[in-house]
Ligand binder design. Structure first.
Ligand code: ADP
Ligand code: ZN
Ligand code: ZN
Length: 836
């Protein structure tokens, strides 16, 4: 019997499958880590080869259909990492590998339709009478000769799931359906280049130009354009660029190709390099401060020694962590090794990207979330080929196929966006990066001005090397923090709407001095609720149990959970009253109200909003920040997007308009989050010694621990208090926190599923605390009812999580035997970041 392959199919199913392969050593060479197409349940799917089995266990295996890659796309280290994720986060290895490759690497089965027989007139009439939709479908197929994807058919005919219709047509013998695999999307485009023969032979060129100069000036223009471009090092010019800029007909280009003066090639689509404003200052030549230098030297010792080591840099906001990273990166690449640099949601931090790129230029690949599939595809392949030494990426960047890694950096390691909530794999990229560094035997550096409690605790326990930078670089000092007690202000009538006079006065002062102001309010839209005072109605989302947010600019009601949009009603939908009130305020209303109250102070500053709604277009973020840096914008009003990675020297005032909305969340991480959010937002102020900063926090709870610790800059003490609390109530980082969610179309099934599952979990297992199923605050999202239960498990008794994994796997296996499992989807979220 020949050899067989163990293949992980890229589907959310548990196991791997064996396939046979021709006994050809050439094919088997290097096959581990390559993608293959395999038959699976009467379809074709993409899989990745994990192992070669010497002898197959099953007698007649299906053969693999095709090997897609010339070179493996995963090496054994990456496969080991994928195995760890699959085990630790309890998901299929196929799901992990799918997340680790560009989306269009996952080729799927498509149906090809062949028309075998044209229907007769009578048959058409018959079908039209019995099944008019089917007739439309048949007509469409005939019209397109069957060359149309199922998706396009469904779109064209506005039908869902047309399989039964196709099946019927096939039974009648009109069509035949073949299973085929889609082809990988072609990334090549046409490009033009001048024929070197013409360039080298002046006579030939002149005679050509003479011939056309008068009658077809466009031809000669194009020729000289191509020649100068070539002289400037740009040999291949995309054909559509030529067509657009010369307004030259394709037929003209075609005849020039035929004449041999222009050559046509297929080239990789160039990655778009739209000119954009650079947000980096000039910091390339800064010398490290003493504190920075100590951190740098300490970590360098580990780098020199080699092997795995983990580091946490706790550096206050503005302490210059970026400079320390870049110096480290420089050392690593000088030694011929590569660096992976992770940061939260890059689209949110283009400034940081620019700063790193200004150090290392084209050595840096950037994997951000606004890339097209095509671009992602190409960058992935280039990284693989070793064309970059540094890769900056968001969460999924942890899978970047850099070889020969020498260092991993996880910037703002506390950031929640490192945790993937949905879909599986529900991994934390920071923790995954640590495992990757461990597998590779290299150092990893985590950095933050407000570390996660997890990392802080690890550092305190000596699991990480702890480095601190307690002072801002370049003589800047941390901003002064002023707490405004809103309860008192209200009593003493010193409020204008929801702004204290103190805040407004300080804003006015800054506007006069042309210094930048940031006002933070973490809620988009105009008002989070509409309310009818006559009947009490609050317009709700039709898919979720949440109220719709009113957006004034678009005059729409929007669900911030599922994206549902409806027109904003002029009168109450229930009672017809025209007294509809707007309750609460989001950034949109804040912007409007602020402008209004500032008029009373005689100033009309330029106020801009900075949130998801105003930055969704490519480069909008960049432009807003650029204008703010330049002083064309006086005040930015925005959400938590403002708290991340922004380094603007002229910002000297930060206001947190409503701190209270962050203080009382029923979530064990509420304090930690509020602390991080306020500290990071505050950290945008006073980053340059010339512009000392002030932070004003408006709250009715000035005695709240978070507010107190922020005011006193008692960061250490905050962490100690918070840790003590977590220890007492057995929450992370002391325990491991797992969320199980049961989704179903009706509340009853979801609850029954959760209860049946709960029965399968052990009740008195030492080291485990398992809560009863509960209905969360928001019972329904996207039309699914949700029931949740939580497991807290001891990290001491279960260091690697094996016990937890076993317990859950056993429960899942037994649960499958229960009928209710057919109606309920069980979602397991290990180290969950949300208990909502
Ligand atoms: P962090 O990431 O720690 O919040 P940054 O890396 O953004 O801090 O640095 C804050 C500011 O201080 C930047 O403008 C940076 O150019 C400047 N800076 C950092 N290190 C130095 C240094 N050694 N000398 C002068 N300026 C520095
Ligand atoms: Zn009403
Ligand atoms: Zn909704």
């Amino acid at each position: 019997m020949g050899k067989s392959l163990k293949v992980a199919v890229l589907l959310p199913i548990e196991s791997t499958f064996d396939y046979s392969i021709p006994n050809d050593n050439e094919l088997l060479n290097d096959i581990i880590g390559k993608r293959v197409i395999v038959p699976f349940n009467s379809r074709y799917v993409t899989g990745v080869v994990l192992e070669i089995n010497e002898r197959s266990s099953v007698a007649d295996l299906k053969p693999i259909i095709e090997i897609l890659d010339e070179l493996p796309i995963f090496d054994s280290d990456m496969l080991n990492l994928a195995k760890w994720i699959s085990k630790y986060y309890i998901c299929s290895i196929g799901e992990v590998l799918r997340a680790a490759m560009p989306p269009n690497f996952n080729l799927n089965s498509i149906k090809e339709i062949e028309i075998i027989r044209q229907p007769t007139r009578d048959e058409i009439i018959e079908i039209q009478r019995k099944a008019p939709k089917r007739n439309k479908l048949l007509q469409l197929l005939i019209r397109t000769g069957g060359k149309i994807s199922i998706k396009s058919i469904e779109k064209e005919l506005d039908l869902r799931n047309i399989s039964p219709q196709l099946e019927a047509l096939s039974q009648k013998g009109f069509i035949q359906i073949h299973e085929a695999i889609e082809t990988q999307i072609e990334t090549k485009i046409l490009a033009l280049s001048i024929n070197p023969e013409f360039v080298n032979d002046e006579k030939k060129l002149m005679s050509y130009l003479d011939k056309y100069e008068k009658r077809f000036p466009k031809r000669t223009q194009l020729i000289s354009f191509l020649i100068t471009q070539k002289q400037n090092g740009r040999e291949f010019i995309p054909q559509n660029e030529v067509v657009n800029s010369f307004k030259i007909a394709s037929s003209t280009i075609q005849s020039m190709i035929e004449e041999g003066v222009v050559l046509q090639y297929k080239i990789n689509k160039p990655i778009s390099t739209k000119p954009r404003t650079n947000l980096a200052g000039n910091e390339t030549y800064h010398k490290l401060t003493e504190e920075q230098d100590k951190v740098f030297c300490d970590i360098m010792q580990f780098l020199e020694k080699g092997g795995f080591s983990s580091h946490l840099i706790f550096g206050v906001t503005g302490s210059g962590k970026t400079l320390v990273y870049t110096k480290l990166i420089n050392e690593v690449i000088n030694r011929g090794k590569n660096v992976l640099y992770l940061l939260p949601e890059i689209s949110l931090t283009p400034q940081l990207v620019d700063r790193v790129q200004s150090f290392f230029q084209q050595k840096v690949a950037v994997l951000h979330s606004q890339l097209s599939d095509n671009e992602r595809n190409q960058i992935f392949q280039k990284i693989q080929k070793g064309e970059y030494q540094i890769c900056m990426g968001v969460r999924s960047g942890v899978f970047a196929p850099l070889t020969n890694l020498g260092l991993i950096i996880v910037d703002e390691e506390h950031d929640q966006s490192y945790k993937q909530e949905s879909p599986a794999p529900r991994y934390n990229a920071r923790d995954t990066a640590i495992v990757r560094a461990n597998i590779l035997g290299i150092p990893i550096v985590l950095g933050s001005g407000t570390p996660s409690l997890e990392s802080w605790n690890n550092a305190k326990l000596g699991l990480y090397n702890f480095h601190t930078i307690l002072n801002r670089a370049d003589g800047a000092v941390l901003p002064k923090i002023t707490i405004v007690d809103m309860a008192t202000e209200r009593k003493e009538k010193r409020l204008k709407k929801y702004f204290s006079e103190y805040l407004l006065e300080k804003v006015v002062e800054r506007v006069h001095r042309k210094e930048g102001v940031i006002l933070f309010h973490n809620r988009r839209g105009y008002s989070p609720q509409l309310y009818c005072p006559d009947c009490g109605d609050v317009p709700m989302c039709r898919n979720c149990d949440v109220s719709l947010t009113y957006h004034k600019h678009s005059n729409k009601l929007v669900c911030h959970y599922c994206g549902f949009v409806s027109e904003s009603p002029k009168i109450c939908n229930v009672c017809g009253s025209d007294e509809i009130k707007q309750l609460g305020y989001g950034t949109e209303r804040l912007e409007e109200d602020l402008a209004e109250v500032l008029k009373e102070y005689g100033v009309e500053p330029i106020i801009k909003r900075f949130d998801r709604d105003t930055t969704s277009r490519v480069n909008a973020y960049r432009n807003l920040i650029h204008r703010f840096i330049e002083g064309d914008i006086d005040i930015l009003v925005g959400t938590q997007m403002l708290s991340k990675g922004i380094n603007i020297e002229r910002v000297s005032l930060v206001g947190i308009v409503d701190a209270d909305m962050h203080l009382f969340f029923p979530d064990f991480r509420a304090n930690e989050r509020a602390f991080q959010l306020f500290t990071q937002t505050a950290g945008r102020a006073g980053r340059k010694s010339e512009f000392p900063g002030e932070v004003i926090i408006q709250t009715s709870n000035p005695k709240h621990t978070v507010i107190q610790h922020i005011q006193n800059y008692s960061i250490q003490k905050f962490y100690e208090d918070e840790l003590a609390m977590r220890r007492q109530f057995k929450y992370p980082p002391i325990a491991r926190f797992t969320k199980l969610q049961f989704n179903a179309e009706d509340l009853d099934s979801a609850m029954r599923g959760a209860e049946e599952f709960y029965k399968l979990l052990p009740k008195n297992k030492s080291g485990f605390i398992i809560s009863k199923p509960v209905v969360p605050n928001i019972a329904r999202i996207r039309n699914y009812y949700r029931i949740q239960l939580f497991i807290k498990s001891s990290k001491k008794l279960d260091r690697s999580g094996n016990l937890l994994q076993q317990l859950l796997k056993d429960a899942i296996a037994s649960f499958q035997n229960n009928d209710i499992s057919k109606k309920v989807r069980v979602i397991i979220d290990i180290d969950s970041y949300s208990n909502m």
